[in-house]
Design a protein around this ligand. Structure first.
Ligand code: ARG
Length: 602
């Protein structure tokens, strides 16, 4: 921030601060104001505020003193060293009900302790107005999240499962942050594979009209058989190649057969989405086909496209191969479609942030067409300026053997079977604990589903997405450690405490006060207040694991509080019930953002 242009009088403003949700930002505003009067006119400095590490004095610290000193020393400043600059920053901090104390330590670290009273009030307010009042505000109005995106008739593999889970969470976090999100399923429905699929369909079912899903059976097997024929039978191969041309040329019979195959695939995919409760809007590769020629034309008129070995390509700095946009046979490819989809998203859909979720193996493809788009002037040069594009890459899913995840019987893992197994296993665990006798069959089923699917999602999301992760049912379904099961149970336990108290929590919210007098209560309260800044960080860096980490920490802090302090029957009962409720509310929001259904009973 360049303070030179700002007036000094602003520093006297921030008297009473309404909490907007992002605690770190609120603290930054205070230090901003202080720095504006502490530093001499014309000095440009960025406010550096960080949450203090556990065990350190203060809740937040401002680290500007040392850097500032090196800028102003020897320039006739009245300060005699960084600690003095720190003292001035502390002294010039505007009066605010947020602040308990502000002090300077060591070489000039300015430590701010928040007022417990203000913290309590902010949490009370959230309980009454709802957690949506804590939603972060991002600098974009509309985003596209391109995720899941399997290929028609080919297998929908665990990589697509990862993309589906990660993409859904990112979309949820952006939606919570008031961004309008287009959840795009960029399915591969336009590749050359359709030539052989259609020809094979004609051969097997001359009466294409009446072909049903059950007749074709497993589309993946169908794909494999047609592929074998394609590889072995030259006549068939030729027919298949001609079929692609007829399809792409719009021949109605071929279009119909194509639509049929897509429809069957779609029904298969929908089963996975329905189980995971993930919403997606399909705009597959074929959707962009009518626009490709114009887009390539535009790139050509800008002088970006060159001939190379019969193909048309874009040479890009920093890459040893060019980006092919028209194949030597005149056909379009993955890159031409992606460039066109990007053009469409920017110009027709007016998206300001476009996020692509695929395995890291595709990183080069994305880097290349992003670069081409910058060259064409569609995107700013800086990759953090909007309109912005990001490739959200992720690592492999491994089996216990450390190799790519496969099942024993077949080489592909059917996602539906995988999810079914997670549910079955969690149901078995619930029955072992006698829940089938306590609950209705529906309750048992719903809980098994929430826990089973939640476990699969959480096991994926809790790791930094770039690392490979090992798929292991026993681990993810364990009720100990950093698992969805542990977290869901922690939430259910809080709910049961509130139920057991026999108190009407909505009534308490209106009539009672929340106090954070004890260290464990205060630590829990502070963590609650850091929810929004965490979501904002997870959004800005596109890292769901940041939110998982927060959630796990929250349950740990709750445990520290609950294992020391009695809730029901204590003199502080009302206040502590409110703290329990606030914890449950924030946990539920985390679950929601991670696409996990909370459970209320265990
Ligand atoms: N269909 C591709 C695959 O399965 C993923 C598509 C990702 N999205 C995109 N715009 N390229 O690998």
């Amino acid at each position: 921030l360049a303070f030179a242009t700002r007036s000094k009088s602003v520093a006297t403003m921030a008297a009473s601060q309404e909490f907007t949700g992002n605690l770190k930002r609120e603290v930054e505003k205070l230090f901003d104001a202080s720095l504006r009067i502490t530093v001499p006119d014309g000095t440009s400095v960025e406010t550096e505020v960080a949450a203090s590490l556990p065990g350190k004095p203060g809740d937040y610290q401002c680290n500007n003193a040392m850097g500032l000193w090196s800028i102003i020393k020897g320039k006739g400043t009245q300060f005699r060293g960084p600690p003095a600059v720190g003292q001035a920053i502390s002294k010039n901090l505007p009066a605010s009900e947020m602040v308990e104390t502000c002090s300077v330590a060591g070489p000039g670290f300015v430590n701010l302790v928040l007022s417990s009273k203000w913290m309590s009030k902010s949490i009370e307010k959230m309980l009454i107005d709802g957690i949506d009042t804590w939603a972060p505000t991002l600098p974009v109005k509309r985003a596209v999240v391109d995720f899941s995106s399997p290929n028609i008739a080919k297998e929908m593999h665990v990589g697509h499962l990862r993309s589906t889970i990660i993409g859904d969470t990112l979309a949820r976090m952006l939606e919570y942050s008031k961004v309008e999100v287009f959840r795009r399923n960029h399915v591969g429905d336009w590749g050359t594979q359709f030539g052989m699929l259609i020809e094979y369909l004609f051969e097997k079912f001359p009466d294409t009209e009446s072909v049903t899903e059950t007749a074709i059976g497993d589309l993946q097997t169908f794909y494999k058989k047609s592929k074998t024929k394609f590889d072995e039978d030259p006549d068939f191969k030729e027919k298949a190649q001609k079929a692609v041309v007829r399809l792409q040329g719009g021949d109605p019979i071929y279009r119909k057969a194509w639509a049929k195959i897509c429809e069957i695939s779609r029904t298969e995919f929908a089963k996975v989405y329905q189980r995971l409760k993930v919403e997606l809007e399909e705009k597959g590769e074929s959707f962009y086909n009518p626009y490709i020629a114009n887009v390539i034309g535009e790139l050509d008129s800008k002088g970006l496209i060159e001939e190379s070995e019969g193909a048309r390509v874009i040479f890009l700095e920093g890459f040893n191969i060019p980006l092919m946009v028209v194949k030597s046979d005149g056909g379009f490819n993955y890159a031409s479609t992606d460039l066109t989809a990007l053009w469409y998203r920017l110009n027709e859909e007016k998206a300001e942030w476009i996020v692509y979720v695929t395995d890291v193996g595709q990183q080069q493809h994305f880097n290349m067409f992003f670069k081409a788009a910058r060259k064409a002037g569609w995107l700013p040069d800086s990759d953090k300026t909007y309109p912005r594009v990001d490739h959200v890459g992720f690592g492999l899913v491994l089996g216990d053997d450390g190799k790519r995840f496969r099942t024993r019987s077949s080489d592909v893992v059917r996602l539906v079977d995988l999810l079914d197994e997670a549910k079955t296993r969690s149901k078995t665990a619930l029955i072992e604990r006698g829940k089938d006798k306590e609950w209705t069959p529906e309750e048992l089923d719903q809980t098994a589903e929430a826990v089973g699917y939640g476990a699969v999602k959480y096991a994926d999301l809790k790791n930094n997405r770039l690392t490979n992760y090992t798929f292991n049912f026993d681990q993810m379904l364990s009720d100990k450690g950093n698992t969805a099961v542990y977290l869901l149970y922690a939430h259910a336990r809080i709910c049961s405490i509130i139920r057991k108290s026999g108190k009407d929590i909505d009534e308490l919210k209106k009539t009672e006060k929340l106090a954070l007098d004890h260290p464990e209560e205060r630590a829990l309260g502070l963590h609650l207040l850091r929810f929004a800044e965490t979501v904002e960080e997870a959004c800005s860096n596109l890292l769901p694991n940041v939110l998982c980490h927060y959630l796990y920490d929250l349950s740990e802090r709750y445990t520290s509080f609950y294992s020391i302090h009695q809730v029901i029957g204590s003199p502080e009962e009302a206040s502590r019930l409110l703290l329990c409720e606030a914890t449950a509310v924030v946990m539920r929001k985390c679950f929601h953002l991670l696409g996990i259904t909370p459970v209320y009973k265990i």
